[in-house]
Design a protein around this ligand. Structure first.
Ligand code: NDP
Length: 623
């Protein structure tokens, strides 16, 4: 590796994008491919900077000294009214990271005078080069924003001094509320840099270093969830088959051990996964580009999910026509679940083992705590691939999701058989149609998954493998499973109300997801030109009107309304079919918190501003 000019952990002066101001920053890492340094500012904002935007601390001070020495007394007087000084005096009021960086930029050992002078130095503006973000090309909104900012920012001292508050406001550089958290993250990064071997430390790249906090209750939590989730799935499956599945009838009797295992069921699950894999690799459909990775690369994904669901439906229909009895799925549900669990576990072990030979920039930042159980659970490698076959993308979108519809369909047939009906009940039809619509929509808009948290941030490990292959197909089908032996006839008005609810939820869900996806893919999309945005220091902007101006997660709101519409057809006799609704509320609130933390860390004060503008998280005026 060529020797680096600035080392991880080194204190340097970094230019704030779009300005000629330099602040004290700490180097976190260097990406050899994009040739960018990741640095952290005093307010916790992390950015990637080019080498020419960084100056060593000592030479910055030397330039400061030489400039200040050469300045006339008159000029010095004028500088005494500089924004830096003004805000330094008012720093107790808040806030500006600028002022924070300014007042804290030099160690006291260098003397107070130097400390005060340092930030006032303006170096000759360098040509602006936008860091390569996903928006770097063809970005009208952001270019407009940048041009505005740049033209405002690079100004003579006098003009800037005339209105210091305005000047700072323009940069949007308030100190983050979670300053303590930022410092903790910084301290942790420093510790990690110290502990890591030099080569590894240098390779820690990207805008986000190892996550400072462990999700899911940390190491103990990960251990707990690894064991608890399969046990919970087992409980749901045993309970749903009981005549009285109420909680008062707890616990369900445990079936004999040998009834869990059936090699034929394993064969069917393997066959299903291989069939979906075959459809995935067929050169049919679009090759979509993923988001920009820390390595500076973009991966390509075969987004032919809609084709896969159509072919799957045709094959299943042909099999039923040929006399295949799909009620096997209902009668062998436990064995099929066990088989899927086994596959998910083996896959997770494989993923963990192979992640050991990956480079740091191929790993998810949240799944590399160093604790084996936590990393196994959370997933270490961001995009594990066997040649072009993307394991995470495939598992997220294909066998479990399409399997969910297959199982629902099998439950409808089982209901007809068990209840001796000529056609499925209206409740069963609603559940089947609603969930089929959800899955087909997801596969039609498959490209949109590329900008979700799972694809962008989470490593592929037990959490996702189990979720994709076991949790989704075997618990999301609980409503249809419940209706097989617990009929719930619906009157026409109730049925109509549920359909309207579903359509409202779907509309919000689809519109908001499409709006954000379109914006992230092409911020200059003319259809989005009416939307207001907030610029962030990373080069990306945040939508602050449209759906993303109603609440901070409008897509979760739509999802919750739909989840309600899925449970209502099952009635209120038991809590079991409401499991999905309850789980979903917990899931989305947890996901929302994770995302809030992640975005606050990514976007610093711009995120705080977004949160002040859009006050509610998921439900307007409630939460
Ligand atoms: P989102 O699709 O909401 O993605 C969150 C990301 O969007 C943030 O990290 C940020 O990333 C970006 N973002 C946030 N606010 C803004 C803004 N104002 N302007 C522009 N970009 C913004 O999260 P998920 O991946 O959790 O959800 C995706 C979909 O999947 C949702 O509809 C969700 O309901 C659904 N879902 C369904 C599940 C199920 O089991 N049925 C489970 C989980 C999710 P950045 O800025 O880096 O682009």
């Amino acid at each position: 590796m060529p020797s680096l000019k600035y080392q991880p952990g080194e204190k340097v002066m970094g230019r704030w994008p779009g300005s000629s101001l330099y602040y004290e920053v700490k180097v976190l890492g260097f990406d050899s491919k994009s040739r960018l340094y990741t640095v952290i500012y005093k307010d916790g904002t992390e950015l990637e900077l080019k080498e020419q935007d960084i100056i060593s601390y000592l030479s910055f001070q030397a330039r400061t000294r030489s400039r200040s020495n050469s300045r006339s007394p008159g000029r010095r007087r004028s500088r005494s009214r500089s924004p830096a000084r003004t805000t330094r005096r008012s720093s107790s009021r808040t806030a500006a990271a600028a002022s924070a960086a300014i007042t804290e930029s030099a160690p006291s050992s260098h003397g107070d005078a130097k400390l005060k002078r340092a930030p006032e130095v303006k170096l000759s503006p360098l040509p602006q080069e936008k860091k390569p973000t996903e928006n770097s090309s063809n970005n009208k909104h952001e270019k407009k924003e940048e041009n505005n900012t740049a033209s405002k920012e690079i100004q003579p001292d006098a003009k800037a001094e005339a209105d210091p508050e305005k000047n700072l406001g323009r940069y949007n550089l308030r100190r983050r509320k979670d300053d303590g958290e930022a410092k903790a993250a910084e301290a942790k990064t420093e510790q990690q840099v110290k502990e890591a071997k030099p080569s590894a430390a240098l390779a820690v790249t990207g805008p986000t270093p190892a996550s400072p906090r462990l999700d899911f209750g940390g190491k103990i939590g990960a251990f707990f969830w690894t064991l608890f989730l399969p046990a919970w799935v087992l409980f749901l499956l045993l309970q749903v088959n009981r005549k009285d599945p109420s909680l008062a009838n707890f616990p369900p009797p445990l079936p004999p051990l040998q009834s869990f295992w059936d090699p034929q069921a394993l064969g069917f699950v393997v066959l299903w996964i291989l069939f979906q894999a075959l459809l995935y690799v067929l050169p049919v459909g679009k090759l979509s580009e993923g988001v920009l990775l820390r390595s500076g690369r973009r991966l390509k994904y075969r987004t032919n999910g809609f084709f896969a669901v159509l072919v799957s439906a045709a094959v299943v229909a042909a099999a039923v026509y040929q006399g295949a009895d799909l009620t096997y799925i209902h009668s062998h549900f436990l064995q099929l679940t066990t088989a899927s669990f086994l596959i998910a576990m083996l896959l997770s072990i494989y993923l963990y083992v192979r992640s050991r030979s990956t480079s740091p920039d191929e790993r998810a930042l949240g799944g590399n705590s160093g604790n084996m159980i936590y990393d196994f659970f959370k997933g270490r490698e961001l995009n594990p691939r066997i040649k072009e076959f993307d394991l995470k993308f495939f598992c997220e979108m294909r066998p479990g999701l399409i399997g969910w519809c297959l199982i629902n369909f099998a439950m409808a047939l089982a209901e007809m058989k068990q209840q001796k009906l000529d056609a499925p009940s209206s409740s069963m039809i609603l559940v089947n149609v609603f969930q089929l619509l959800y899955v087909v929509d997801g596969l039609w808009n498959e490209e949109a998954i590329l900008t979700t948290m799972d694809l962008m941030h989470d490593g592929f490990g037990y959490m996702l493998a189990f979720g994709d292959l076991v949790w989704v197909p075997f618990t999301y089908t609980l409503q249809a499973h419940y209706l097989v032996s617990h009929p719930n006839p619906l009157s026409l008005p109730v049925l109509s109300a549920i359909v309207i609810l579903k359509l409202v939820g779907f509309y919000i869900f689809r519109k908001s997801n499409s709006e954000k996806n379109a914006f992230r893919r092409n911020p200059s999309d003319p259809s989005l030109s009416h939307l207001k945005t907030i610029p962030t220091a990373t080069g990306k902007s945040l939508l602050v009107s449209g759906w993303w101006g109603v609440v901070r997660h409008p897509n979760y709101l739509g999802d919750l309304i739909m989840a309600l519409a899925w449970s209502l057809p099952c009635g209120f006799s038991h809590i079991l079919p409401w499991f999905y609704m309850i789980y979903f509320i917990i899931l989305l609130v947890h996901r929302d918190s994770r995302d809030m933390n992640e975005c606050r860390r990514k976007y610093g004060s711009a995120w705080d501003e977004y949160c002040r503008t859009v006050r509610y998280r998921i439900i307007p005026r409630v939460y």
